[in-house]
Design a binder for this molecule. Sequence first.
Ligand code: MLT
Length: 331
Amino acid sequence: MKNYVKQVVIAAAAVLATGTAASAQYPDRQITFIVPFAAGGPTDVIARIVGEYMSRSMGKPVIVENVAGAGGTTGITRAANAAPDGYTIMMGHMGTHGAAPALYPNIKYDPTKDFTPIGLAAGTPILVVTKKAFPAKDLKSFVAYLKANDGKVTEAHAGVGSVSHTTCTLLHSVIGAKGARVTYRGTGPALNDLVAGQVDYGCDQIVNLVPQIVSGNITALAIATAQRSPALPDVPTTKEAGLPEFEVSAWNAMFGPKNMPKDVTDKLVGALDKALDDEGTRKRLLDLGSVLPDTAGRTPAALQKLVESEVKRWGPVLKAAMATEKAADAK
Ligand code: MLT
């Protein structure tokens, strides 16, 4: 072997050996868990519940960092560009990894190619909610009210491409009327304003809403799933409430940047699995209305499949919904 080639081979072997040694010790320090929305919202709450258990089981702190902006795409872009060493992971969701590509032509990541899927954490049914003092008290009268006040009733959402924005866009296209949009850095702060009566309504994930609905601080008009939620048994489905065309659910899932070493990924997959098998963690998530994936539904392969099908699904749905909105504006 020529001298130069020999040196390259030795250097490559050394890098490989160091990488493997580093992976074997993983994690030997804190893991940063990027949540692309403000604290107190559904993505943050799920990440903190799961992250807390993972901290205990992995023996190193899993620390949530909220990096909000642009419907979650700011935080996800940051996390996608982090070193793929397992020390930066993220909680993405149906918006950031499904809907956003259809709404941001210059988005800097491809949900199907730029991540290492770790696993699905929770399904999150969507509800249509209003402030307590809203004049309409059921879904049918809400639709009539929105139609009569088209574009004037304030709607809280977490930015273009977020779950709240995407699902309310769908709702508007189904009913043929819309609200005046008010953007927040997450539905945590949006919910605070809804409780305070400063905005009128929103479409949000159940995890954010259960305590406020149960204590009567906001009104739940309907849940957009086929069945009622055990966490909110008194809230009718959209079908029961007369709007079967509006059926939609979201999800939150853990990803790393692409090209994470397999043994590091396996440790994170195992840690998420353990968290979702832990009775206390499950109870906390279920009490907030999450739908927990079974073991087969939370594998990295299942998550990759889900992301691919969501990107395919949301592109045409959102284009059609936006076209309907534009046509209504032009009238
Ligand atoms: C959040 O945590 O604030 C949400 O997941 C926002 C959203 O996508 O609506």
